[in-house]
Design a protein around this ligand. Structure first.
Ligand code: AMP
Length: 420
């Protein structure tokens, strides 16, 4: 038997209503904040991600689905959306059309990670990017949108963590301080951290190795070395979050180890999903657009993982969705009336009702069972003495009430169903 590839999942019809529920909330919150949807291709030139995410990251270093296509070009399935959105922003000169572009997206991403609960190889993200302004209110806006989406999904067990990476000059200065602190401990660092010491020193804060953690516990923190401009920016973000009633915590160890990240970084974690607890992550990237060949354009964004969010919702039973109902099920009482039933069904479907009927030549009893299984609000009984008189019977399944209509009077039947 051929099975789905490890780390990928089917979303079956029974799960789709949850996804649609989430998507409707996502679209509604983004629309309230005036973000417009953007769709970019699922695959791009590999160079885009190498430059846009950074060679020194785990994503580019070991997780990308990269292949050479038949023309000999190196192609990669997108592992995240920011690089693609920024590419599109530059390619279509979106900055010429308006000074600030507020964009959002929803779609599948691909990373060859070790699958576990809440971690997949094809997973789905929604997220937003605001390109064209350095206003700290936009940093806060990202966090407020993410938080509001989670809150509207009914999630409670949330922690918002924020940090500031400041501007590049103060970060460079700090990196030297961190390097000096780490030099005497260098030999005790893990192999991975030794590598990161050279390539991406801030990421030593991300190490899970016990020994590394011990060493990093006493490390100087970037936030203690921020310049005035960066502190002021951070202060404005915090004030805006307080004013919008977002509970947050400062986590000075929350780093995004890339040179084009600036100022705010944040993450929202859930206490309800086990070890893969980050529901979303984001930050300001004032140097990225230039890095990818565009003009100097400040930007900020975040991305949230849909599978993980739905897992948190399920574990917290944060919302419930009513079973889907059919408006009408047509029951054919005697043979020979199937065509009439079928045409009647098509007529009601074209009027906008959700309608079904038997395709399996089932008995009347089995057809009624099917009407119950599909939660049909009404059943139209076709056949018997009534049909011989030119009539059909509409049965209201919630109270058992029956009404008789002339069989050609679809408009009256339709209105009677619509009234309920
Ligand atoms: P990142 O783009 O790595 O900052 O991730 C943003 C969010 O996407 C995370 O907080 C997760 O919710 C989700 N995410 C990232 N990687 C995966 C994965 N492999 N499987 C499921 N969700 C993921």
């Amino acid at each position: 038997m051929i099975k789905a590839i490890t780390g990928t999942r089917d979303t079956l019809p029974t799960d789709i209503p949850k996804w649609n529920y989430l998507q409707a909330i996502v679209e509604s919150v983004f629309s309230n904040f005036n973000y417009k949807e953007i769709r970019t291709p699922i695959f791009e030139e590999t160079t885009l991600f190498a430059r846009g995410i950074g060679e020194a990251t785990d994503i580019v270093g070991k997780e990308m689905y990269t292949f050479v296509d038949r023309s000999g070009d190196s192609i990669t399935l997108r592992p995240e959306m920011t690089a693609g959105v920024v590419r599109a922003f530059i390619e279509h000169s979106l900055d010429k059309k308006q000074n600030l572009n507020k964009l959002f997206y929803v779609g599948p991403m691909f990373r060859q990670e070790r699958p576990q609960a809440g971690r997949f190889r094809q997973f789905h993200q929604f997220g937003a990017e605001a390109l064209g302004s350095n206003d700290p209110l936009l940093d806060a806006e990202m966090i407020i949108m993410a938080y509001d989406i989670f809150a509207r999904l009914g999630l409670k067990n949330l922690l918002v963590k924020i940090n500031s990476l400041g501007i590049p000059s103060s970060r460079e200065n700090y990196k030297n301080i961190l390097r000096k602190y780490l030099e005497p401990h260098f030999e005790k660092l893990s192999v991975e951290s030794k590598k990161r010491f050279e390539t991406n020193i801030l990421r030593l804060f991300d190490s899970k190795e016990e020994n590394d953690c011990k060493i990093m516990e006493n490390a100087p923190l970037l936030i203690e070395y921020l310049d005035e401009e960066s502190l002021e920016h951070f202060e404005k973000v915090k004030q805006a979050l307080l004013a919008s009633h977002i509970p947050f915590e400062i986590d000075a160890r929350l780093v995004r180890g890339l040179d084009y990240y600036t100022h705010t970084t944040f993450e929202v974690v859930s206490g309800s999903v086990g070890s893969q607890s980050a529901l979303c992550g984001g930050g300001r990237y004032n140097l990225l657009v230039k890095e990818l060949g565009g003009g100097e354009t400040p930007g900020i964004g975040f991305a949230a993982g849909i599978e993980r969010i739905l897992l948190a919702c399920e574990n917290e039973k944060s919302f419930s969705i009513e079973d889907e109902k059919l408006d009408l099920f047509l029951v054919t009482i005697e043979k020979g009336l199937e065509n009439f039933a079928y045409q009647t069904a098509v007529t009601f479907r074209r009027k906008g009702l959700t309608v079904d009927l038997d395709y399996l030549n089932r008995s009347v009893k089995a057809q009624m069972r099917e009407a119950n299984r599909t939660n049909s609000k009404f059943v139209l009984l076709i056949g018997g003495d009534e049909f011989a008189r030119g009539e059909v019977v509409l049965k209201n399944m919630s109270n058992g009430e029956q009404k008789i209509f002339s069989k050609g009077d679809t408009e009256k039947i339709f209105l009677s169903i619509k009234e309920n």
